[in-house]
Design a protein around this ligand. Structure first.
Ligand code: ZN
Length: 310
């Protein structure tokens, strides 16, 4: 058989066929490419979907975790507030105990102070309550001569109350007021002789309301002074009309002194010169309430005894 001649074949391939072949090739190539791309896209889509699923799973897990954390936080804050409540309860109990301890130690302190203070110092003396004739203050000290009206006649005052007396007299002096002590502590014997002198002059009935009893007892305490100023010729009469008396009315309480027998009092004759030391606290209370010592209930007065020298 005769070999087909290539040259004989060649003319049979027309240009149209060549174009067709080329186009067909391109078509096949394109198809392959598109298939590959589609596959890629598909696999990417699948991957994306799985990633999205994974992400949404993670998100919901996170949300769960957050919810869990939240509930734990709430639990914690509950625990904290109940702990705080417990702490508050405990500390209020401790505070109560502290208060009780404070009250007890305060009471003990007051009792200790009271045991060292003479209860007679705040007693009201009257026609039915006399001071014992043997009573003598525990400590008496001489009043410095500079404070005395008559420097040659020594006067004594309760030692513990002496600084208050001197402060009063110093303050009066600083305020331009002339004030001296005319008479202070008087023993029972001294008073007896004074009373008998009055009795001789005025008769027994007058003497009882004049010099005996209350006024006398207060001087026997050692905490009472009769004040005097210049211009009265050494007499107590007329003291109620002096600037010195006005000064005492406005200032004596600051040093613990009260006027025992004010004008129109129902207890004793008016004695503007006669001032008794009862302590700054009680004197201030009486002054602020415009009250008289003798009007006050004895039990209420006794509450001030522990603080008499404060
Ligand atoms: Zn007096």
């Amino acid at each position: 058989m005769k070999h087909p001649d290539i040259k004989s074949l060649w003319p049979s391939i027309t240009p149209a066929a060549v174009v067709f072949l080329v186009l067909f090739g391109l078509l096949v190539y394109g198809f392959i490419k598109i298939s590959a791309l589609t596959e890629n896209v598909n696999s990417l889509t699948v991957e994306l979907a799985s990633t999205t699923t994974a992400l949404s799973q993670s998100t919901s897990e996170l949300a769960l975790n957050i919810t869990d954390l939240r509930s734990q936080t709430v639990g914690l804050s509950d625990t904290l507030s109940s702990t705080q409540q417990n702490i508050d309860a405990v500390s209020s109990k401790v505070g109560g105990v502290e208060q009780k301890v404070g009250t007890i130690s305060g009471t003990v302190g007051t009792l200790e102070k009271l045991s060292q203070i003479d209860p007679e110092l705040l007693k009201k003396y009257s026609k039915v309550y006399f001071m014992n004739e043997n009573y003598v203050p525990a400590h008496l000290a001489g009043i410095p001569a500079g404070y005395l009206y008559n420097e040659t006649k020594p006067e004594q005052f309760l030692t513990e109350a002496q600084p208050f007396l001197q402060s009063l007299l110093d303050a009066a002096k600083a305020g331009g007021v002339t004030l001296y002590v005319k008479s202070a502590y008087r023993s029972f014997g001294e008073q007896e002789s004074l009373k008998s002198q009055y009795t001789v002059v005025y008769g027994a009935g007058t003497a009882n309301s004049f010099s005996a009893d209350q006024g006398y007892s207060e001087h026997q305490l050692g905490t009472t002074a009769d004040f005097i100023t210049t211009g009265l010729g050494g007499q107590l009469d007329g003291f109620g009309d002096t600037a010195a008396y006005q000064w005492l009315l406005g200032n004596a309480y600051r040093y613990g002194f009260v006027l025992s027998y004010p004008k129109d009092n129902g207890f004793y004759i008016y004695e503007p010169w006669h001032w008794r030391f009862v302590g700054v606290k009680l004197a201030t209370y009486l002054h602020n309430n415009n009250m008289n010592f003798y009007e006050m209930d004895q039990r209420d007065i006794d509450a001030y005894l522990a603080d008499i020298f404060d």
